[in-house]
Ligand binder design. Structure first.
Ligand code: KG4
Ligand code: ZN
Length: 333
């Protein structure tokens, strides 16, 4: 007789998306049963995320998003066997909403609670595709992060390299704005690039010849500004920038994989949705694992998957006193 599956509810309210997801952990491994996201439109008029408004909207929406997630999974709240919520990094007021909600829910249901790390969530989003087993490298490329970790064993994260300036997604967003391509910049650049010439604007490879595994995107941003002023077409700018960004992300990650002796690489975060990046990684000799559809950008299912991984690894639940932290490095080894 096989044991009944365990349902883990995951919550992410680290920024401007209210995300609730449900993962199922059973004999057949782990799978995503629901992933609901409420993207806050209120910030658009300000051109950036307003923290206080984000917190308030999380408070207003979280009940409905959770109800939607339960409905999508065909479950009742009493079926939930564990709860995980992002505790950091992120906007403290926004984080607190999901964290307190998760703790209250876990206490009411009398089930274990896990305070999750946002970046660990991004990495475990790839567990939707296959059973992640250390050792592997993890490249997290989002609007706020460009971090490359070595994961020599379950739960240990060694920082291999990070960006010196802008995050990869931030560079996509800024160059899209400069070229008048709209927001969010990643999908806008990717779409415009389909119509542009990737060799039209020559971008110099950032940090060329470095022995370390760092990233830098501010030089590409300046070069894009100069090309834009010189009259480069937005499509050509998009295609050329995307080619340069993809090249440096893949090249540095490959070099790190060789140095650290890893063959499996997880690529996650919003920029991992980029088709050109996916194709370039797929053309390498690495075994590359990307999150499934809808799991690249911020969401609750990735936090449920991180909770499932914590349960599987036998990690003890978090104390209900666990607080929210704006700055929380993942590296611990
Ligand atoms: O992971 P995420 O939702 O939020 C953070 O934690 O930052 O990532 C958002 C970032 C934005 O900068 C967005 O422009 C970028 O991911 N992004 C993309 C694509 N889709 C989203 N970048 C490149 N290509 C895409 N298709
Ligand atoms: Zn994120």
């Amino acid at each position: 007789m096989s044991a009944a599956p365990l349902y883990i509810l995951g919550i992410d309210t680290s920024c401007d998306d209210t995300g609730v997801g449900i993962a199922q952990l059973g004999a057949g491994g782990v799978q995503v049963r629901a992933n609901r996201i409420w993207t806050q439109a209120v910030h658009a008029q300000y051109g950036g995320v307003m923290p206080e408004l984000a917190s308030r909207e999380h408070v207003e929406r979280i009940d409905a998003v959770m109800a939607d997630a339960l409905e999508e999974a065909g479950l009742k709240v009493s079926d939930i066997g564990a709860v995980a919520a992002t505790a950091g990094p992120g906007l403290v007021g926004a984080l607190l909403v999901g964290l307190m909600y998760g703790k209250g829910l876990a206490q009411a249901l009398d089930v274990p609670f896990f305070a999750a790390h946002h970046l660990e969530g991004h990495i475990f989003a790839a567990a939707s595709e296959e059973n992640l087993q250390a050792p592997y490298l993890a490249l997290v490329v989002s609007g706020g992060h460009t971090h490359l970790f070595d994961v020599p064993e379950e739960g240990r994260y060694v920082l291999v390299g990070a960006t010196r300036d802008d995050a990869a997604g931030e560079a996509f967003d800024k160059i899209a704005r400069l070229a008048g391509l709209g927001y969010p910049g990643g999908p806008a650049i990717a779409e415009a690039a389909l119509r542009g010439n990737p060799d039209a604007v020559p971008f110099k490879e950032p940090l060329q010849g470095q022995k370390a595994f760092e990233f830098s995107f501010s030089g590409l941003k300046t070069a894009a500004l100069l090309a834009h002023k010189a009259g480069a077409a937005p499509e050509d700018l998009a295609a050329s920038f995307q080619k340069a960004a993809v090249h440096v992300l893949v090249k540095t990650t490959r070099r790190a994989a060789e140095t650290y002796g890893r063959r499996t690489v997880v690529v996650s975060g919003g920029v991992a949705a980029n088709t050109a990046l996916r194709e370039a990684f797929a053309a390498t000799d690495l075994h590359v694992v990307f999150p499934g559809k809808g799991l690249n950008t911020d969401n609750g299912a990735m936090i449920a998957l991180a909770g499932a991984a914590a349960l599987r690894a036998g990690r003890p639940p978090s104390p209900l006193a666990a607080g929210a932290t704006a700055y929380a490095p993942l590296a611990n080894g």
